[in-house]
Design a protein around this ligand. Sequence first.
Ligand code: MG
Length: 375
Amino acid sequence: MKITDWTLYAPDRNFHVFVELQTDSQIRGWGAAYSQKDQVLGALGWLKRFVLGESPLEIERVTEKLHQVSFWVGRGGAMTHAISAINLALWDAAGKMLGQPVNVLLGGKHRPAVPAYGSVLFHPIDTLAERIATMRERGFRAMKLGWDPFGKGSTADDEKLVAAARAAAGEGTTLMIDAGGSAPYWPLRCKDALERARMLADYGVYWFEEPLPPDDLEGYARLTDASPVKIAHGEVLTRRQSFLPYIERRAMDIVQPDASKVGGLSEMRRIAWMAEARGIEVVPHGWNTVLGVAADLHFTSTLTTRTFVEFNVGNPLVEELAETPLKLDAEGCLPVSDLPGLGIEIDPEKLRRLEQSGFAGPSWTWDERKEFEAS
Ligand SMILES: [Mg+2]
């Protein structure tokens, strides 16, 4: 069985590219990357020659070949994001060929469903309480609020945001705060972040995400050591080699690889295994598409420790593309599919319709946000 071609879809103006692998056995495999769209399309154009004619069953060899051949041509950035989409599509196609769900190919699941946390931005603030109430009504028992304006003013300003979020979410909801430290010109440094971490502890926040710029290894190590709440990050890092110093240095309590950026499921599991062996929790970053969330579900079900998957509430690429949408159970968990592959049937017509509609993207777009300029 060989890969004969692929079809690409770019449903929004800036960020997402979907890959639909075709094979000589009529089986198709789906993957997606969350990155800058034009760069990923360029990278895929270059990588295609190394994928055509390959067997989707030889996931690790084919993916490693893509990492090896891209050593000199942008590996670690959009090239690795593009490899992520291909890798996810290989896992999906392999599962469909073997008639097995991806969690079985990964070694077997420990649980049939995984808790999902509803994930939204603080903005727009005037609808925050209402959006939190909607998530509660939908059955989310855990929620994450993030990004602007958190970290842009004083700790007292941030406390008002968190107090409002906690009041709306109620005491029984697991609450996480995402500072959004991978935003350009991120202002918080280690002691600023520690001051906020102490404030977050008073509101029972479960983890504090990206409080520092992603490259600040020593800052993360010191903060993780001193913070009363768990420190989470890793969504913008790619490749196992980039995670290694953070894991070895214990510069995080929770590692957050993104299947649609990091190199796919193959890379995510290597990172997760390194982290688990050192007592670091694994919660995949899933602010991407339904394919990323499905991959996260399969993968997290195979971890020995119960963890979360992220669910970007209101994102049509997460909520509206699958023919059978992901649906929370009564415990606030998403069931892990027993269907072959990732278990998600994408309607290509929906992707094409989004493409043609000029869909701006699920939340905001960097080029439209003045606050990301240096001040
Ligand atoms: Mg984040």
